[in-house]
Write a protein that binds this ligand. Structure first.
Ligand code: PLP
Length: 397
């Protein structure tokens, strides 16, 4: 009899957001008609920008014209988009060739698919708290997972420790859930570690466009030595509102080799086998993001989320609560008051002020005692949620 992949048995039953949805549903059933302020969502609330919409419309027209119609797209991405993305990196001083950029349907797909490149006996290192997909994708593959705890003492930005034996290293900066951003010096420690050990860094840069402080690295490839030890995974989901449209990209340098095998060449082979490329229309829409007009428009939207972050940060400052993130990321990570557990605090916010956030424990054991707010909601809801939160926190002290 065919055996299923038994590693699925090792997955945790209930996914974080499913559990939150169950709890809020139960609350609404008990309190019909109550308005909830959803500060937990990881989805954007603003629509695609006009430059993207125009490019999408034009691409639809192309698909209806015999001379401009496109069938299958190149598996690794259309040249026009790969060149636009390489140009975007170039504008920040990172030299890439267009064929080192692989167009994808989003970072989630890539984070799962890329694991095909690595031996199942290798150990994956996850810095906790972490985006849950890193752990789950490796559990499904039966890979050994190492956890490196991040905490308030290291600003939720750990660097390699003595004796660490990681093969695949997940780094997410700006971080989901903590909003913390690695400095150049910290990333250099990871790059040096990976090169010395022969490990590979999977650098998740899904939130790079939210970095506002000068001098913080947007890409692992800003760090000397990264081209021989890193893969960067990026997404237009949060940057440009493509959560439902689906588009991302992955950068694999040609120098990246392990055991005499080129990971770049392996990924070309993988893509040409397992995909038939991303839709022409979507790639055209995505290319508009990298025009001067598109950049200006997406940053106008990002500013709306940044203002939300400021409103929440002002409330937490006024309440004297410890938090990180918010400045260079669309997430704020706060310490729960009075030693409360993160699900306990979730329940208190839901029941007392009708604000829904995300319990830190859902991102790994060392997220316990912390709570994540997302800044992707509407400014109106964020303002009300911040006022309610401040009142609640003041009432406790
Ligand atoms: N990586 C991180 C850190 C994320 O937070 C998310 C989405 O929330 C993703 C990847 C997935 O992005 P995509 O929508 O491109 O699949």
């Amino acid at each position: 009899m065919l055996k299923p992949n038994i590693h699925y048995r090792d997955l945790k039953d209930s996914y974080l957001f499913y559990h939150i949805a169950q709890k809020t549903k139960a609350y609404l059933e008990e309190h019909p008609g109550t308005r909830l302020y959803r500060m937990g969502i990881g989805d954007v609330s603003l629509p695609l920008c006009p430059a993207v919409i125009q490019a999408l419309h034009e691409a639809v027209e192309d698909q209806g014209a015999k001379e401009r119609f496109h069938g299958y797209m190149p598996e690794c991405g259309a040249d026009f988009l790969r060149e636009a993305i390489a140009g975007y990196y170039g504008s920040r001083g990172v030299a890439l060739s267009a064929d080192e950029v692989f167009v994808s349907s989003g970072a989630s797909d890539e984070l799962g698919d890329l694991l095909d490149l690595f031996d199942r006996q290798s150990a994956a290192l996850v810095l906790e708290p972490a985006y849950p997909a890193y752990v789950d994708a490796n559990v499904m593959a039966g890979r050994r997972i190492l956890h490196l705890a991040a905490g308030r003492e290291n600003g939720f930005l750990p660097v390699p420790e003595e004796g660490l034996e990681a093969d695949l290293i997940y780094l997410c900066s700006p971080n989901n859930p903590t909003g913390a951003v690695f400095t150049r010096e910290m990333l250099r420690k990871w790059v040096d570690y990976a090169n010395q050990r022969g490990a590979v860094i999977l650098f998740d840069a899904a939130y790079e466009a939210f970095i506002q402080e000068p001098g913080l690295p947007h890409s692992i490839f800003e760090i000397p030595g990264a081209r021989t030890c890193a893969i960067e995974i990026c997404s237009l989901s949060k940057t440009a509102g493509f959560t439902g449209t689906r588009l991302g990209y992955t950068v694999i340098p040609k120098e990246l080799e392990r055991d005499g095998m080129s990971l770049h060449a392996m990924w070309v082979r993988n893509r040409t086998t397992k995909t038939n490329g991303v839709s022409y229309i979507i790639q055209k829409g995505g290319t508009a993001v990298f025009t001067p007009e598109g950049q200006e428009q997406i940053h106008r939207n990002i500013q709306v989320y940044k203002k939300n972050a400021q409103v929440l940060m002002d409330a937490l400052d006024a309440a004297g609560v410890w938090y990180c993130g918010g400045k260079n990321a669309p997430y704020i990570w706060m310490q729960c008051p009075d030693g409360m557990g993160s699900w306990e605090f979730f329940d208190e916010l839901l029941h007392k002020i009708q604000v829904v956030g995300t319990p830190g424990e859902g991102f790994g054991a060392c997220g316990e005692g912390y709570f994540r707010f997302s800044t992707f909601g509407s400014p109106e809801d964020t303002k009300i949620a911040a006022e309610r939160l401040l009142e609640l926190l003041r009432g406790r002290s």
